[in-house]
Design a protein around this ligand. Structure first.
Ligand code: PAF
Length: 282
């Protein structure tokens, strides 16, 4: 197996990428916030399958967390991340510090309108601006051929696809399927917060998304009342708060009354202090 090179500066990242490019290879970037699991590794594998040299970034981006969110507590485990990346065939890990990523005040930001008005947008003001800005910076630092992102963060994926298109970035944004635990729970770095006693309850989110999808798939059943009933069921099963459960257009993310084309059922709900999100196609 070929070794993983760890770099921490933009200059070293560009040098390492240039070496691979000089042999005619294409580059596939996998931006992450670390605390890697099989979902992230599937993105590395996606890059390998397309013939790209996988380059992963590990950076817990402070600007996408609100002051009351879990930035300080967000799981960090660089050694395990590097081991997993190396074993998966990733060739470069870019793990900058905050000073390298934000050397001075960041006066320029990237805002993707409309798509961020829905789903998580209203519940996490500023979050998608933080995500779009840091991913824009990462893509400008590495200038990969493709960037790989999981469908687990479906709204993020749509936002980043739109950003790349609107800004004419020479990067193809590739969405990869959500990887789930054997019982169906979507893999997430935040699952580490779940105490064993509530781990079983967490699965109810995926179950209710499926219940909604089954009910509205025929295109005749109105979505909002079905989603409302599912939210009540989620609370009954032990969730503490439901931010939203909604059926939305798969591209615009606008809420749908009835399903008539490609749609997505998405949800965000709290188990104690852990906010879980998930989504499925209809
Ligand atoms: O999905 C994530 O882990 C983050 O939002 C991302 C895309 C790495 C940006 O910080």
């Amino acid at each position: 197996m070929k070794a993983l090179t760890v770099v921490r500066t933009v200059a070293d990242l560009r040098r390492a990428i240039a070496e691979h490019r000089s042999t005619g290879r294409t580059i596939g970037m996998v931006p992450t916030m670390g605390a890697l699991h099989e979902g992230h590794i599937s993105l590395v594998k996606g890059a390998l399958e397309r013939g790209d040299v996988p380059v992963a970034s590990i950076f817990v981006n402070p600007t996408q967390f609100a002051p009351n969110e879990d930035f300080a507590a967000y799981p960090r485990d660089e050694d395990s991340d590097f081991t997993q990346l190396g074993a998966a065939g990733c060739r470069i890990a870019y793990a900058p510090g905050v000073e390298e990523m934000y050397p001075g005040p960041q006066l320029t930001t990237v805002t993707v309108a409309s798509l961020t008005d829905h789903l998580c947008g209203p519940f996490r003001p500023g979050h998608f601006q933080g995500v779009a800005t840091v991913v824009c910076k990462l893509l400008m630092m590495a200038v990969p051929d493709r960037g790989y992102f999981g469908e687990k963060d479906y709204q993020q994926l749509q936002v980043l696809k739109r950003m790349a298109r609107d800004l004419n970035m020479p990067v193809q944004i590739v969405g990869m399927p959500t990887i789930r635990e054997p019982d169906g729970l979507a893999m997430s770095s935040r699952n580490r917060y779940l105490a064993p006693a509530v781990r079983k309850t967490a699965l109810a989110l995926y179950q209710q998304l499926n219940a909604i999808a089954d009910a509205v798939r025929d295109g005749r059943t109105a979505c909002p009342p079905v989603a409302e009933r599912a939210a009540q069921a989620l609370l009954k099963s032990g969730f503490d708060k439901v931010d939203y459960l909604a059926v939305v257009d798969a591209e615009s993310l606008a809420p749908l009354d009835k399903v008539s084309g490609a749609a997505r059922v998405a949800g965000a709900a709290w188990l104690g202090r852990t906010r879980l999100i998930d989504n499925i196609a209809v």
